[in-house]
Design a protein around this ligand. Structure first.
Ligand SMILES: Cc1ncc(COP(=O)(O)O)c(C=O)c1O
Length: 419
């Protein structure tokens, strides 16, 4: 693995679609069949195949945000309700609470997982029970490809009968104690957005162990049109079903999910190995309870150590033709949610200040990975690497901190969902 020179016109993107190769056939078939509406065989087939993969009844929607919106409505969230949500996440996790007339209450993350801190959640629920102001629901988010620590979260919520929506938009393919991400709450939401591990260029899936809820979600997603009764409406619905054409892309993409997980993990571990001789730069923690897909390769930069800020690195990489990105800005720091109540927030602020996502596309050529690595090493004042395999072996000798990026364990089979 020798470094090759880099063409200065060539930009390295953060995360782009990686086609399986079969998508043109699926799209052409959809066009030829003239079934371009949202009610087509691809949609039903995609839902069945997703259900086989995940183990829960599924309904294909136009986006992950639509799945969260409908999922929260299924959980009974309405005007005036409060919903607990991590502060360290995409605004798409919390915005649907407002669509329904509710208000999010934000909770901090743990440094161990970057996801919701279960101890803080338990304390916040105790506090709310004392105040007789329990939230209507919890949005538990699986960030950057890693599940939240769901068992203590489920336990804390079960104590007060709080239902959970698991936002697994970023974590398709991840597992928690061998259960697929997105299957641990009462409702799960996934995204097939452009930069996700598999993509339909835009799309989402809602899953639930309750098939009646999945049917209800399907009904709402097609303008709540009651079958057989011409244009009769008794409930407000939405227009957010996935199209037949895009579902065809989803079917091909789902077939390559496992290899996309392996490829994303390999990139993250390759970066980790290449920075192993440097202090002050570390890969996002890999919690021992499951498989982290490393959808995005996220690292923490220790500002004190280098006297440089993470944003300087983003600028330097940009000038070198490399797209990187800061991790999420906590929602309690967003003007949109300035008035929202919260429990803690310092951990999210710390991760947000220091976190960076490096190019992570599963199609990223090795020479581009090496280019990124050496741009970062140069910024940190370290010698460039010419041979990654040597770096990997050296790191393994120094300290075995986990699995090698070059060999990934196969995904465990889906766990039967709990009753
Ligand atoms: C954590 C999280 N939740 C929800 C969403 C929304 O998904 P979509 O973009 O498909 O609406 C995203 C999208 O990036 C996300 O990162």
């Amino acid at each position: 693995m020798k470094i090759s020179s880099h063409n200065s016109d060539h930009r390295i993107p953060l995360s782009v679609p990686h086609m399986s190769g079969d998508e043109p056939t699926d799209v052409r078939e959809a066009l030829v069949s003239q079934r371009l509406s949202s009610v087509g065989s691809n949609v039903t087939a995609f839902e069945r195949e997703f259900e086989r993969r995940i183990g829960l009844p599924s309904v294909a929607l136009a986006s992950g945000a639509a799945a969260i919106h409908i999922g929260l409505r299924l959980l009974g969230v309405g005007p005036g309700d409060e919903v607990f949500c991590p502060t360290f996440t995409s605004a798409a996790s919390a915005n649907p609470v407002r669509y329904l007339g509710g208000e999010p209450v934000f909770l901090d993350s743990s440094h161990q997982t970057w996801n919701l801190d279960p101890d803080l959640l338990a304390a916040a629920l105790r506090d709310r029970a004392r105040l007789h102001r329990l939230p209507k629901a919890l949005v538990a988010v699986d960030l950057f490809g890693q599940c939240a620590d769901m068992d203590p979260i489920l336990e804390a919520c079960a104590k007060y009968g709080i239902p959970i929506l698991e936002d697994a938009a970023e974590a398709l393919g991840a597992t928690y104690k061998s259960a697929p991400a997105g299957t641990l709450g009462h409702v799960g939401a996934f995204s097939f957005g452009r930069n996700k591990i598999i993509t339909t260029t835009g799309g989402g899936m809602l899953v639930s162990r309750n098939p009646d809820w999945v049917d209800k979600a399907r009904f709402w997603s097609t303008q709540a049109h009651a079958r057989g009764i011409a244009f009769q409406r008794s409930e407000p619905g939405y227009n957010c079903r996935l199209s037949h054409t895009l579902a065809g892309i989803g079917r091909s993409q789902l077939e390559v999910l496992d290899s996309r997980v392996d490829q994303r993990r390999a990139i993250a571990f390759r970066y980790r190995d290449a920075f192993a001789d440097l202090d002050g730069i570390s890969l996002m923690p890999q919690a021992p309870y499951g498989l982290h897909t490393n959808w995005l390769s996220c690292f923490l930069i220790d500002r004190d150590h280098y006297g440089w800020a993470r944003d300087d690195l983003i600028r330097v990489l940009d000038a070198a033709g490399v797209e990187s990105r800061s991790v999420w800005k906590p929602l309690h720091l967003q003007p949109l949610y300035a008035s929202a109540e919260r429990y803690g927030g310092k951990v999210a602020e710390d991760i947000s200040r220091r976190g960076i996502c490096f190019p992570s596309s599963s199609s990223l050529p090795l020479e581009d990975q090496l280019y990124v690595i050496n741009q970062v090493r140069q910024w940190l004042g370290a010698a460039p690497l010419t041979d990654l395999e040597k770096a990997r072996k050296k790191r393994k000798r120094r300290k075995d901190r986990g699995p090698s990026g070059l060999a990934c364990a196969p995904l465990p089979p889906p766990r039967t969902p709990r009753a």
